[in-house]
Design a protein around this ligand. Structure first.
Ligand SMILES: Cc1cc2nc3c(=O)[nH]c(=O)nc-3n(C[C@H](O)[C@H](O)[C@H](O)COP(=O)(O)OP(=O)(O)OC[C@H]3O[C@@H](n4cnc5c(N)ncnc54)[C@H](O)[C@@H]3O)c2cc1C
Ligand code: SF4
Length: 508
């Protein structure tokens, strides 16, 4: 057994990266185990054909859906996890998302923490990721104790004209908070290939640039890439994680540390906990309550293209959000959700997703479109779950709470039509959508109904934390990454104090 570090963090995404950086900056030695490798900075980063057609950077996993059919998930195994390819929208959950919210098809449950508990960490997370924002025009925006660290990204003329037209129709848009290194001295050139692509210039605030690189710079973090964690090994009494079984270069090694943090993403963390079942944890590690893998959520999502006769010459399109209907509308008392602009769609991206669409048609459409995505909350259902079947990940899901989502899509369609986009194409992104995966290792105060406590520590194993998107008991209706970072900071400060007797020097 090798024991050279205080903490082992499994996974280098926003969950694991935040923990590693925070611990290292407070004097703790950390080993980060990452199954993937660095994403090289190369021309293919910004090639539609490499990223969308060849799927050069997408994981080569094969998972099963609820009916047992194999599919290739849209997931990324590399340093920085999914954020290397994300859109960089870093938006806070709304204050009411932390309480019970009544939806048309059920209840979104309360979190064991309030917005006030996490608000200082949201401020820190925004600062770490250099979020550009401005809440003007967003009626659902939660209160904030600090302004955004950077000014909003100004919309290009056609996007601004659409926002003005929507405002005249009574719909208030606002700046979409974005984490990019833009402005005087910044590396970002506001290109077309941001949302869905890795940044060739390292200008996107992702888990590699904002977390792993600074963590490594402390000299207290070792990052082991191409290092797959197969299992957690429990002590004889089952109360602690005693070892981490790793496969590296065809060899199996057992590594040890005082504290182990699982941060593999909601689905892979579940798989690791379930794979680690043993005599003292027959249903999987941290799974005495039986909730591990259950309550999978990923948002109800639909992409919309508003088509006009004039060409859309916008380069960086992802600057606008629509939150006016987040908690409902004049004629509808339940939450509808959120919409935001997509990065500018390109012809090749359409033909990659719609197999029979001729390339030329896709390119013409993309040249004339304004592109949006709508998110609505999906509700936790214990039967929507991740399980292992013959060692393979199986994702069995039945979508719920679709009615408000359809209303939101209808609303946005009508707004787009009245704003000068007479044809609106709509594509639900429902099947196998894992981009906003969360909820499978939920946190809570009751060990019979949750797997981890409000600081993400396992109820059953005192030196085990699970810190990634899996802790969320509800999905809200905005992108998850900023909330993962904020909770990871909060949980790590608790760990520093409780497990290492070191109050964080960077406490929020
Ligand atoms: C295309 C796309 C666009 C998105 N856009 C946005 C956006 O604009 N804003 C936003 O907030 N969110 C966005 N998201 C969602 C966001 O990226 C995720 O919520 C977030 O990255 C999840 O972070 P995580 O740390 O939970 O997991 P991940 O990012 O999945 O990180 C987990 C890491 O663990 C590693 N790992 C997994 N299993 C093992 C193992 N057994 N051993 C060792 N390592 C392992 C993986 O390789 C990975 O690096 C987007 C997602 C996608 C896919
Ligand atoms: S828009 Fe900026 S951050 Fe995004 S990929 Fe282009 S250069 Fe990088």
């Amino acid at each position: 057994m090798q024991r050279n570090h205080d903490v082992i963090v499994i996974g280098s995404g926003v969950g694991g990266g935040t923990v590693a950086r925070r611990l290292a900056e407070n004097g703790i030695n950390v080993l980060v185990l990452e199954r993937g490798d660095w994403v090289p900075r190369e021309a293919d980063n910004w090639s539609v054909s490499s990223v969308f057609h060849e799927k050069k950077y997408t994981a080569h996993d094969s998972w099963l859906d609820g009916e047992g059919r194999a599919f290739r998930p849209n997931i990324y195994y590399n340093v920085g996890g999914c954020t290397k390819f994300y859109g960089g929208s870093l938006i806070r959950f709304r204050e009411k998302d932390f309480g019970v919210l009544e939806h048309e098809e059920g209840i979104s449950p309360a979190w064991p923490i309030s917005y006030a508990d996490i608000e200082p960490y949201y401020c820190e997370a925004e600062s770490i990721f250099d979020v550009h924002g401005d809440d003007n025009g967003d009626p659902s925006a939660p209160w904030r104790s600090r302004p955004y660290p950077s000014p909003k990204l100004v919309s290009e003329p056609l996007v601004q004209r659409m926002a003005d037209r929507m405002r005249h129709l009574g719909a208030s848009t606002s700046a979409l908070p974005e984490g990019i290194d833009f402005g005087p001295g910044g590396k970002c050139i506001r290109c077309r290939t941001c949302d869905g692509f890795p940044c060739k210039l390292g200008a996107k605030s992702d888990a590699e640039t904002a977390l792993i690189q600074p963590a490594l710079a402390t000299g207290r973090v070792e990052l082991a890439t191409n290092c797959y964690v197969e299992r957690l090994l429990l002590s004889a009494d089952g109360k602690r994680v005693d070892g981490v079984e790793v496969k590296r270069n065809g060899q199996v090694e057992i590594l040890q540390a005082d504290v182990v943090v699982v941060a593999c993403g909601a689905i892979n963390s579940t798989a690791l906990l379930l794979r680690s079942a043993c005599d003292s944890a027959p249903d999987g590690v941290a799974n005495g309550s039986g909730v591990v893998g259950r309550n999978y959520m990923a948002h109800n999502q639909t992409a919309l293209m508003g088509l006009a006769f004039e060409e859309n010459d916008t380069v960086f399109q992802k600057t606008l959000a629509l939150n006016q209907y987040y908690f409902g509308d004049a004629d509808y008392r339940f939450p509808l959700g959120h919409a935001q602009m997509l990065g500018k769609l390109q012809g090749g991206m359409l033909s990659a997703n719609v197999p029979f669409l001729p390339k030329a048609v896709g390119s013409t459409m993309a040249r004339h479109s304004m592109d949006w995505i709508a998110f609505s909350e999906d509700l936790p259902d214990p039967e929507n779950r991740v399980v292992l079947r013959d060692g393979k990940i199986q994702l069995g899901i039945k979508r719920n709470n679709l009615k408000p989502h359809h209303r939101l899509v209808k609303k946005l369609t009508s707004l787009l039509k009245k704003s000068g986009y007479p044809i609106v194409l709509v594509k639900p992104l429902i099947r196998h959508s894992t981009s906003h995966q969360c909820g499978t290792v939920k946190f809570g105060v009751d060990p019979t109904t949750s797997a981890i406590d409000p600081y993400c520590r396992s109820h059953q194993h005192e030196n085990l934390f699970v810190i990634d998107a899996s802790f969320m008991p509800s999905s809200a209706a905005v992108n998850p990454a900023l909330t993962i970072v904020a909770q990871a900071l909060r949980a790590t400060d608790h760990m520093l104090k409780r497990d290492f007797g070191t109050p964080s020097q960077h406490s929020a």
